[in-house]
Every structure is written in C-alpha cells, then in structure tokens.
Write a protein that binds this ligand. Structure first.
Ligand code: LHQ
Length: 265
C-alpha cells in the first residue's frame, strides 16, 4: 500500500485505513495533486482485502474547504478558457471510488466542511461530526451550482425541501443541526471525535465485510432504480451472502453460543 503521498496521509491500523487530506494551512482545499492522490489511495483501498474500513478526514482545524479557489483565479487571469466540467470528472472518479468501495467508508467532519469537500463526504457511507463543525453548501454564495454529487446525495439524505434550502441560502449549520437533519449520523464533542470515529471504524473492520459491500451495492443501486430491479438484485446478492464464510461462521457461533469471528469473506 502506497503511503508516501504529498498531500494525503495514509495510515493503516489493523483493518482500518485512515486517509487524511493534508493541506492544513489551506483548510485542506483540493488542489490537483491532493485530488489525484486521494483518488489513487481510495482505488487502492478498494482492491486491498486486508483493508476492511476506510476513514476520510482532514488534518488541522478543518475537514475541507472545497476546491482550492486560487488555482481557478489564476486561470481566469490568463484568460485561459475554463472548462470546469473536465476538471469535475476527476472528482467524479473519486466519488465513484468511495461509494463503490466494497467496504464501509466513514467521513469524519470537524472544523470547516464546505464546497466540494462536504459533498464528497456524502459519497461516504457514514458521517461523524465534531461539535465544532461548520457545514455549508457554500456554492450559491460564490455564484456556483453544487458539484461533487451534492445534488444527488443531499436530497436523498435529508429530503428535497431542506436540501434545496441549504443550497439556495448557503448558510452554515452546526453539527447538532446536521445530526438532527440526518446529514451526519452522529455529532459528538470535539474531545471525543477521534475516539468515536476510530471505535466505529474498528467495529466495522471486524464485521462481515463481504456483506457490507453487498449492502452498499443493494442500497446505492436502489437509490435510483425501480422496485423490480431492487428485488431482483436483493435475491442475487442474498444467494452470495448466504454462501459466505461469515454467514456460515455466524450460524456456527450462534449454535455454539459464542461471539462470531468474521474474516470478511
Ligand atoms: C482556501 C480555501 C479555498 C483556497 C480556505 N481555496 N484557499 C468549484 C470549482 C471547480 C471545481 C470543483 O468544485 C468547486 C466547488 C468548490 O468547492 S468552490 C470552493 C468552495 N469553498 C469556499 O468557498 C470556501 C472558501 N473559504 C472560506 O470562505 C473561508 O476560508 C472559511 C469560511 C471556510 C474559513 O474561514 P476562516 O476560518 O476565517 O479561515 P481562513 O479564511 O483564514 O482560511 C485559512 C487559509 O485557508 C487561508 O489561507 P491564507 O494563506 O490566507 O492563510 C485561506 O485563503 C485558505 N483557504 N478555503 N477554498
């Protein structure tokens, strides 16, 4: 597993891989290198069977402040035509890597979470917030539309009306409000933030990884499919799950009255 990135820290502890966006002096705003490195690290994590849970977080006092705006400002000054959609495709590769990862991904949000950094957190499976987090769909404030899959995920997470409000008003919400809305799964005091995230990650890393991967596939497919498609997929995946080592182990453990030991297979 590669660990010598310039702007991403990749740290393994057992089955947990923590990917930390690491440009703290710029509140972890994305430059091209950080985006490329994070994408490569996520794609590698997806392939690596020893990694059974991924945590995405930010170094210093922020999760992330979105796209590094200075790169775009510089391009404007040179009158170079800006085709931002080409650039966005690079983010889309990262989003596909995170949501398609056949294992759980937790986004751990603290300090600032805004712009495309926030929307990338929506393509993770679970979100833990520290109570100091300032969350905003800042796009309208700078005359842009939400990108990074935000329009797709946010309304599915919290409902259309509230998602549209957050996007039109571009106001900050705090961690408690984010938890109340269902935008994050849990908001915890900053002092407990790392430990809570880590405990959840370790718990998931010791779980039935193959089933988790298939739960993700079923749920994400069902987000945008009809009932018939979802029911068909459910049957196909359950055929695989029922033959998995972890399901067999669970049945054995139940009969032997002991805790199951999952291998993730
Ligand atoms: C930054 C940034 C930043 C560069 C803080 N860029 N330096 C658009 C186009 C293309 C493709 C992809 O997607 C997008 C969508 C986007 O994501 S656009 C970006 C959306 N984000 C924003 O609009 C947030 C801009 N930042 C802010 O408004 C403030 O920094 C917030 C409110 C987040 C935090 O304020 P403070 O706590 O007062 O921190 P600060 O402003 O002093 O920031 C610390 C440093 O980070 C500072 O650098 P400096 O060298 O002056 O110390 C900022 O310039 C830098 N920084 N965000 N997005």
């Amino acid at each position: 597993m590669q660990t010598d990135y310039q702007y991403v820290l990749a740290q393994r502890d057992g089955g947990v891989l923590t990917l930390t966006m690491n440009r703290p002096e710029k509140l972890n705003a994305f430059n091209d290198v950080m985006l490329q490195e994070l994408t490569e690290a996520a794609e590698e994590a997806a392939e690596n069977e020893a990694i059974r849970c991924v945590v995405l977080t930010g170094a210093g006092r922020a999760f992330g402040a979105g796209q590094d705006l200075s790169a775009f400002a510089a391009r404007e000054e040179t009158q170079e035509p800006i085709k931002v959609s080409d650039h966005l495709e690079k983010y889309h590769r990262l989003i596909r890597a995170l949501s398609g990862m056949p294992k759980p991904v937790i986004a751990a949000l603290h300090g600032v979470a805004t712009g495309i950094s926030l929307n990338i957190a929506f393509s993770c499976d679970l979100r833990i917030a520290a109570d100091n987090v300032r969350i905003s769909e800042a796009f309208a404030r700078i005359g842009l539309v939400p990108d990074g899959g935000g329009a797709y995920y946010l309304q599915r997470l919290i409902g259309f009306g509230k998602a549209l409000e957050l996007m039109l008003l571009a106001e900050e919400i705090n961690g408690q409000e984010a938890e109340r809305l269902g935008l994050v799964n849990k908001c915890v005091p900053l002092a407990d933030f790392e430990a809570t995230t880590y405990a959840l990650a370790q718990r998931l890393a010791q779980g039935p990884t193959k089933a988790y991967g298939m739960i993700k596939e079923l749920m994400y497919t069902s987000l945008s499919s009809d009932l018939q498609t979802s029911l068909k997929l459910e049957g196909e995946l359950q055929d695989i799950a029922i033959a998995s080592d972890d399901h067999r182990e669970n049945v054995k453990a139940f009969l032997q009255k002991r805790a199951p030991r999952y291998t993730g297979k």
